[in-house]
Design a protein around this ligand. Structure first.
Ligand code: ZN
Length: 318
């Protein structure tokens, strides 16, 4: 558990927007620690006057963040957290990775012998699926190996460590970052590094939460896009133009929806509001989740028309 001194240390000095470095910003929202049993801390997000991104002004020091990646962090437990219903959750994961592969294939300019890097690859099912469909040289980087000894990943080169200090020996046709950049303490450095590692004409695909969507307005402090203190920056629509200047990048597409379903984000926010024990089994919640999914399906079917809380930006290196 953290103490308040650590908050003071981490906010010492001038605070600038993570997306555009502007020092002009003001209070937007305060939340507790999410997907966590630590209720002693409050996290404050400011909104940048210049680029409209929202960012955490009192982050946990990066080297101490591991205290928030415990058994309470549901994504780490994967399908097993759902007990006998794990196969349904695995099926849903496969669907998610199929969406990611399809999104990637829509934007690759060749389909043979491509070099793909996935930053924050986690359990690298996306890379494994892509490798099963194309001749791909697949590289994944994550600060923590997640079941990487599984034979399903034998064709992927996986690197455990900090992406910011990882040296790679390739140039890439495609770099993907599925829900990575909002966790990044230096997102502008990451974009610069992606620029260096992309081939000319190479594509960068980034999916992140979007606070300018209906779910944040409905759920406010319990919206899972905050995910405090793991998420540092909620990028605005306006920030992308600043982060990807015309000189270097062409913005190919911006989708106001993601591969991650908006319903999942909503349901997790509902659990946050109910203050559930995140470290416990989720098995008993399965049927309630299914009922909610069916009841709300007419609304969530509109997720490509009404911005709900996820976005994808696709840019090309000039
Ligand atoms: Zn800004």
């Amino acid at each position: 558990m953290m103490n308040n001194n650590e908050i003071d240390e981490s906010i010492a000095g001038p605070i600038n927007c993570n997306a555009c470095k502007s020092s002009r910003h003001s209070f937007y929202i305060a939340t507790g620690a999410m997907m966590s049993q630590d209720d002693s801390r409050s996290f404050t997000f400011h909104r940048c006057d210049t680029c409209e991104s929202v960012f955490l002004i009192n982050p946990v020091q990066e080297e101490k963040l591991h205290s928030y990646y415990t058994e309470n962090y549901l994504p780490y437990r994967g399908a097993n957290a759902w007990g006998v219903y794990a196969p349904f959750v695995e099926w849903d994961d496969r669907l998610l990775n199929t969406k990611r592969v399809n999104m990637t294939l829509r934007h690759v300019q060749k389909t043979d012998d491509i070099h793909v890097l996935d930053i924050g690859c986690g359990k690298p099912d996306f890379l494994a699926k892509l490798s099963s469909m194309l001749k791909v040289n697949a590289v994944g980087v994550d600060f923590k190996a997640a079941q990487w000894d599984d034979p399903a990943y034998k064709n992927c080169s996986l690197i455990e460590g900090d992406w910011h200090t990882t040296e790679l020996n390739y140039s890439f046709d495609v770099i993907t970052a599925w829900h990575y950049l909002e966790h990044d303490y230096q997102p502008l450095e990451t974009i610069e590094k992606c620029y260096t590692y992309l081939k000319p004409g190479g594509t960068l695909i980034i999916e992140v939460p979007m606070y300018e969507g209906i779910l944040q307005k409905l759920q406010r402090e319990t919206w899972q896009g905050w995910h405090s203190p793991r998420h540092l920056t909620l990028f605005s629509l306006r920030s992308w133009k600043k982060m990807f200047p015309d000189k270097q990048w062409q913005i190919v597409k911006h989708h106001r929806y993601g591969t991650l379903s908006a319903f999942t984000l909503w349901w997790l926010g509902r659990q946050e509001r109910k203050k559930i024990q995140w470290g416990g089994s989720m098995q008993h919640k399965f049927w309630s989740l299914v009922v909610w999914k069916v009841l709300l399906s007419p609304f969530f079917l509109l997720e490509k028309l009404i911005p709900m809380g996820v976005q994808i930006i696709i840019v090309r290196k000039k």
